[in-house]
Ligand binder design. Structure first.
Ligand code: 4NP
Length: 586
């Protein structure tokens, strides 16, 4: 029941971070697949045909567009500024692997928020100095700005001159708008109250969208010029009976049938025209038509690294996966789903990955996801797996602000960051200790999760034995100064426009309260959560004689894309946690 030696630990972590992870980007006619994988040490995309993987991109990528069924090339993007998220875009002909060509000569690199590949035309949602714009590119020849978006938003799909746009309102709703792609003009699609979580054009040019409300998601139809047309009726009733709380993914197949990946309580299932397509328990991030009536999907669970599976017909089969080394498999317990009561009696969904290397009443990490509009679920997490290997139970609260539990739960965080969502995180930690799972709780997170970690250690230091803050936010005032228009708009959304709270909700103003060991890990070139405020935070912590350690990850930005990136974040955290465990025992 004790942890492995340090050299064993580093060797095991190396094995873990080197595991290949496979996903499907799309299927093409002729049973060909576009597979995107963490493989060869980085994210690369491959043409899969006759059990052979042919790498398409030359250098590792950070973005890829879902190609249409009859695609003759793929659109990829990569950061060209050492992690500063300045993306350059390329297209690669499928019959000429490695032959990357500039997508839009003269456009120059910039932060890309979405890519929609329509074959002849490609639509890019991109940040410019003057805001977020949709750009139309004709691969290899010309490009033009189509029109601006009124805040944080992105083009989700396009069809015959119309674009479907999702935009955050100041109230945190995600509304559906139509963009006339010739004129660049936006119009509202009047819809009943709720947030649009996924949208696609049908082959006939109608819009099908998933509308998230307080207690579930419904599928609706709309049409350009006609607005909302009511609920979508599907032949199969399995999807309705499933009572989805979220939609991970949606598309039509080439026969006009609707593929939906719906989720509830940390797991998801695949539906074809409303009929359930059985598969292993866990999380699917997408599904595409394959062969003769089958589907091919991206699947993972907390115990199964990302893989490509074929569903339908007789059960399922794995097309592309990597095997977990036995020592890793043995360390990972069975994932659990719980509801934990918070300070205001609301019930917080909590996912637990027990470590078989920890006893009951062992060490535990409360791992806090980023976003905050994101969630922890039964999908693969290299960080959760590493913590279990290190002998920590992993407790993952879906604090208010998380997706997957309805619009109200997601929006409860607006105007109250470092407020009640911190109570949710604290409640998860107390629950872990009071149920006998945890002897003590360490808090850890990346990005918004790093911010939550800093909040926890400066506002609730008595609740946590230590903390690991990755890519954290410590000062909203300085952060705003350093942000681009997209993230400025996002910060205004998070604070519900109330800038008077910036100071009060910034951990840098509570350095005095630090009393637990703190490990700071921060990418040098992070443009989402910049390093500079952390340098001032450390300066204050030093002045006040606080105990902390810090690791600056060189030549890296916010995104964790390569094996080297994962190591830069994970290894300093692992060494810190191994020392905490050594000191506190259990
Ligand atoms: P994330 O990053 O947690 O990785 O999505 C964030 C970046 C910026 C902000 C929050 C989270 N922000 O508030 O500006």
């Amino acid at each position: 029941m004790t942890g492995p030696s340090l050299s064993n630990l580093v060797r095991e972590l190396e094995e873990l971070v080197r595991l290949e992870a496979y996903g499907i980007t799309a299927s093409l006619e002729g049973s060909r697949l576009i597979v995107t994988a963490l493989k060869e040490g980085a994210l690369n995309t491959y043409l899969y045909t006759e059990e052979e993987l042919i790498r398409l991109n030359r250098e590792p990528i950070s973005l890829i567009a879902e190609p249409p069924w009859d695609a003759s090339r793929v659109i990829v993007g990569r950061d060209v500024a050492k992690g500063r998220e300045q993306h350059a875009l390329y297209y690669v002909p499928l019959d000429s692997p490695g032959d990357e060509r500039e997508l839009a000569p003269g456009l120059g690199p910039g932060r890309v928020l979405s890519l929609v590949d329509q074959g002849e035309r490609v639509y890019v949602t991109r940040v410019f100095d003057d805001g977020i714009w949709v750009v139309e590119a004709t691969p290899g020849s010309s490009w033009r700005r189509v029109g601006p978006l009124p805040g944080m938003g992105w083009l989700a799909d396009a069809h015959r001159g119309w674009g479907a746009v999702q935009v955050f309102t100041p109230e945190g709703r995600i509304r559906l708008m139509l963009m006339d792609l010739a004129a660049g003009v936006l119009s509202d699609v009047a819809a009943p109250g709720g947030s649009v979580m996924a949208v696609r054009f049908s082959p006939q040019g109608e819009l099908v969208y998933a509308l998230e409300k307080t207690d579930g998601v419904e599928l609706r139809r709309a049409a350009p010029g006609e607005g909302d047309l009511g609920l979508l009726g599907l032949p199969g009733k399995d999807l309705d009976e499933y009572r989805p709380m979220g939609v991970n993914y949606m598309r039509f197949d080439e026969r006009g049938r609707l593929i939906v990946v719906a989720k509830r309580e940390g797991a998801s299932q695949v539906f074809l025209d409303g009929w359930r397509v059985p598969g292993p328990r866990g999380v699917y991030s997408n599904a595409h038509p394959y062969g003769d009536g089958e589907l091919v999907a991206s699947y993972s669970s907390l115990r199964a690294p990302p893989q490509v599976v074929v569903l339908g017909g007789e059960g399922h089969r794995v097309l592309l996966s990597s095997r977990l080394p036995p020592a890793l498999e043995e360390a990972l317990g069975e994932p659990e789903f719980h509801r934990v009561e918070s300070a205001d009696a609301r019930r917080v969904p909590v996912i637990v990955l027990p470590s078989r290397r920890a006893r009951r009443q062992g060490p535990a990490v409360v791992l806090v996801h980023g976003g905050p509009f994101s969630e922890d679920d039964d999908s693969w997490s290299v960080f959760a797996a590493a913590l279990a290997l290190l002998g920590f139970h992993v407790v993952m609260p879906n604090y208010r602000g998380s997706t997957g539990y309805g619009e109200e739960w997601r929006n409860l965080i607006l105007g109250d960051v470092c407020g009640m969502e911190l109570e949710d995180i604290v409640s998860a930690a107390r629950w872990a200790r009071s149920t006998g799972l945890a002897a003590y709780t360490v808090v850890m997170g990346y990005s918004y999760g790093g911010f939550a970690t800093m909040c926890a250690l400066t506002r609730k230091p008595e609740e946590f034995a230590a903390g690991v803050a990755g890519a954290s936010v410590v000062d909203w005032e300085e952060m705003y100064e350093l942000s681009d228009p997209a993230f400025r708009s996002f910060i205004d959304l998070l604070f519900a426009g109330d800038r008077s709270k910036w100071r009060e909700r910034s951990p840098i103003n509570y350095v005095d309260n630090l009393s637990r060991p703190l490990c700071i890990i921060h990418p040098q070139n992070d443009t989402r959560t910049p390093l500079k405020p952390l340098l001032r935070f450390m300066d204050r912590a030093l002045e006040k004689g606080k105990t902390f350690e810090a690791y600056i990850a060189p030549d890296m930005g916010h995104a964790v894309n390569t094996v080297e990136d994962i190591e830069k974040i994970l290894l300093p955290a692992a060494l810190f946690l191994a020392r905490i465990r050594e000191r506190l025992g259990a």
